[in-house]
Ligand binder design. Structure first.
Ligand code: UDB
Ligand code: ZN
Length: 185
């Protein structure tokens, strides 16, 4: 089981690398990685188990965050948070094939399981995205996501390209966003 000690922290070069594409059928190792990452999210979202194992409750986890530089991330956005669009899957070789002009940001800013300090400021992202990815069976999906699930997927996809959330924060004016950025909880 993945624990906090297994999660790579900011400063580890693996978090700044471009991850490698995953090929199919998945190797046993890659399948286990997918299962382990999703298990982390499930266990961490169970308040009792989260406390028992000393985890941070996560909604997404990318392979580089467990030291594996491959294009794979688990996403588990519970129904309450996803509003009308909960989203759960292990996304492999994900590509944002189109996005809204409209940007969006979380009012609370963002954090990261790999970043132990708080970095204040808004993280502007696309409000809506069309995402193409493969699941663990190698089946290709094309999904439209908006608001919170779209933000989580963009955060995870960033990890696959060596980008961290605070890279997007305006350094001179962390709470400045353009007029047309939708803010949501
Ligand atoms: C998170 N958790 O997992 F709506 F059960 C953040 C951390 C960094 C605070 C742990 C989070 O948003 N928790 C959460 C939210 C819910 C319901 C719930 C738990 N991530 C994922 C991450 O670091 N992936 O690499 C950070 C999020 C910030 C914006 C999107 C992802
Ligand atoms: Zn992160």
């Amino acid at each position: 089981m993945i624990l906090m000690k297994d999660i790579t922290r900011d400063g580890d070069p693996v978090l700044r690398k471009e991850a490698a594409k995953v090929s199919f059928p998945l190797s046993e190792e890659d399948q286990k990685l997918a299962d382990d990452m999703m298990e982390y999210l499930k266990v961490s979202q169970d308040p009792e188990l989260c406390k028992k194992y000393g985890l941070r409750a996560g909604v997404g986890l990318a392979a580089p965050q467990v030291g594996v530089s491959k294009m794979m991330a688990a996403v588990l956005v519970p129904a309450e948070e996803g509003a009308k669009s909960p989203f759960t899957d292990v996304i492999i070789n994900p590509v944002i094939i189109s996005h809204s002009v409209q940007s969006g940001a979380l009012t609370e800013g963002e954090g990261c399981l790999s970043v132990d300090k708080e970095v204040p400021g808004f993280v502007p992202r696309h409000d809506r995205i069309t995402l193409r990815y493969q699941d663990t069976k190698g089946e290709t999906h094309k999904v439209r996501l908006k608001n919170y699930p779209a933000i989580v997927c963009q955060h995870e996809i960033d990890h696959l390209h060596g980008i961290l959330f605070y890279d997007h924060i305006n350094k001179d004016n962390p709470y400045e966003v353009s007029d047309d950025t939708i803010m949501f909880e």
